[in-house]
Write a protein that binds this ligand. Structure first.
Ligand SMILES: O=C(O)CCC(=O)C(=O)O
Ligand SMILES: [Fe+2]
Length: 357
C-alpha cells in the first residue's frame, strides 16, 4: 500500500461523481447533447446507488465558506442561547434541535431507538407573497415562521442567500431528473416549484467528558430522506454511510467542492422504485480515537408542493410493473415522517425500504 499500510483513500467510492455543468452553466441552452448525456448518467446512478456527488453545480465557493463560518459561530454559542430557538411544537421543523432530542430510526417505523448524537438548526422558506392562499394554508406548520438567532448577526442574510441558491439548483436538478425519466423538462415545476423546502445544519461533536455512545447508538440513525431530493454539504470527515446496492454499508467522503445529492422518498414513489431512496446513517467515531471528532453537514431538503398528489409517473408503470405505493399528498407523507423522530415515537409513514436489503 502506498502510505505505510493505511488503506488507500478510495473516494468517490460507491458514490459516483457527476458533472452537471451542462445543465447549470450560462450556455446550458446550447448544450443539449451534453445535457442528455448527463440525464442518462443520472438515471443510471439513481437506479443503482441513489446517491451522486455533484460537481459543476455553480454555487460559489465564497457562499459555501460563509455558510460554514456563520453556522459554526451559531453552534459555538452556549446551549442556553441556542435553546431560546426551540420550536413551539414538533410539527414545526424550525429552530434548534438539541443534542439527543431526535432519533431518525423512528421515521422508518422503529418502535424503540436510542437518541441520535447530533444537534441541528432548521429553517424553511423565509418569505412569500403576502396573503397567498397556498402558503397561508401551511403557515402554522410547513411554512411556519423561521426562528432566527440574534447572533451571528449575518446568519439570516447568509442562510437566505444559500437557501435561495440551492432552491434554484434543486429546480435545475429536477429538470435534469425529468429528462432522465423521459418526461418534459418542466414536468416537476408545477409539483415541486413552490415546495416547503427545509434546510438543516447538523453538528456532531464529542463533548469533553461525555460518556461513550451506548452500544448501537448512532450520530444519526438509519433513514431515507423524505422529500424529492437532498443536496448535502458535508465535511470530509468519516461518519456518513449509505446502504449500497450490494446490501453493505459504505462510507462516503465528499470529493473537494462536491455536493452529495440523494434521491428521497417522493422520487422513489413517483418512479415506482426505479430510483432508490437509499438508506443512510452517520456512525460515531471509534471510541479509541481521541478529540472532539467534529463533523458538520448542511442538508437542503427539496420537497414537493404540499398539496401535490404523488402517484406513479406514467413512464414508470406498466401491466408488468404495477404501482407499488398509494397516491398520497406531499403534506401527508412529510408530516407522518417528520413527527416520529421529533416525538420519539413510531412513524406511521409509508416506508420505501420494504422488501429491500
Ligand atoms: O450529516 C450527514 O452527513 C447526513 C445528514 C443527513 O442524512 C440528514 O440530515 O438527513
Ligand atoms: Fe438524510
Amino acid at each position: 500500500m502506498p502510505d505505510g499500510g493505511r488503506p488507500r483513500d478510495t473516494r468517490p467510492g460507491v458514490v459516483p461523481i457527476v458533472d452537471v455543468s451542462a445543465w447549470t452553466a450560462p450556455d446550458a441552452a446550447d448544450r443539449s447533447t451534453e445535457r442528455q448525456a448527463v440525464a442518462r448518467r443520472l438515471d443510471a446512478v439513481c437506479r443503482t446507488v441513489g446517491f451522486a456527488q455533484i460537481v459543476g453545480h455553480g454555487v460559489p465557493d465564497t457562499l459555501i465558506a460563509d455558510m460554514l463560518a456563520v453556522t459554526t459561530e451559531f453552534f459555538d454559542q452556549p446551549v442556553e442561547e441556542k435553546r431560546r430557538l426551540l420550536p413551539p411544537g414538533p410539527e414545526v421543523n424550525r429552530g434548534y434541535a438539541p443534542l439527543g432530542s431526535e432519533a431518525l430510526a423512528y421515521s422508518l417505523g422503529a418502535e424503540d431507538a436510542l437518541p441520535d448524537l447530533f444537534e441541528a438548526f432548521n429553517v424553511g422558506v423565509d418569505a412569500w407573497p403576502a396573503g397567498d392562499p397556498y402558503h397561508e394554508a401551511e403557515s402554522h406548520r410547513m411554512f411556519a415562521p423561521n426562528l432566527w438567532p440574534a447572533h451571528p448577526a449575518r446568519m439570516r442574510a447568509v442562510w437566505v442567500e444559500y437557501f435561495t441558491t440551492l432552491s434554484r439548483l434543486a429546480g435545475t436538478l429536477m429538470s435534469a431528473f425529468a429528462q432522465a425519466l423521459d418526461l418534459p423538462t418542466d414536468y416537476f415545476a408545477t409539483r415541486t416549484g413552490r415546495a416547503p423546502n427545509v434546510m438543516r445544519a447538523n453538528r456532531y461533536l464529542r463533548h469533553p467528558g461525555a460518556p461513550d455512545p451506548a452500544p448501537g447508538q448512532l450520530r444519526m440513525g438509519a433513514h431515507t430522506d423524505y422529500g424529492a431530493c437532498t443536496i448535502l454539504l458535508a465535511d470530509d470527515v468519516p461518519g456518513l454511510e449509505i446502504l449500497g446496492p450490494d446490501g453493505r454499508w459504505h462510507g462516503v467522503r465528499p470529493a473537494p467542492g462536491a455536493f452529495i445529492v440523494n434521491i428521497g422518498d417522493l422520487l422513489a414513489r413517483w418512479t415506482n422504485d426505479r430510483w432508490r431512496s437509499t438508506l443512510h446513517r452517520v456512525v460515531p467515531p471509534p471510541t479509541a480515537e481521541h478529540g472532539p471528532a467534529l463533523r458538520r453537514s448542511i442538508a437542503f431538503f427539496h420537497e414537493g408542493n404540499h398539496d401535490a398528489v404523488v402517484e406513479c409517473l406514467p413512464t414508470c408503470v406498466s401491466a408488468d410493473n404495477p404501482a407499488r405505493y398509494p397516491a398520497e399528498t406531499v403534506a401527508d407523507h412529510l408530516m407522518a415522517k417528520l413527527l416520529g423522530p421529533r416525538t420519539l415515537t413510531t412513524s406511521a409513514a409509508t416506508s420505501t425500504t420494504i422488501g429491500r436489503a
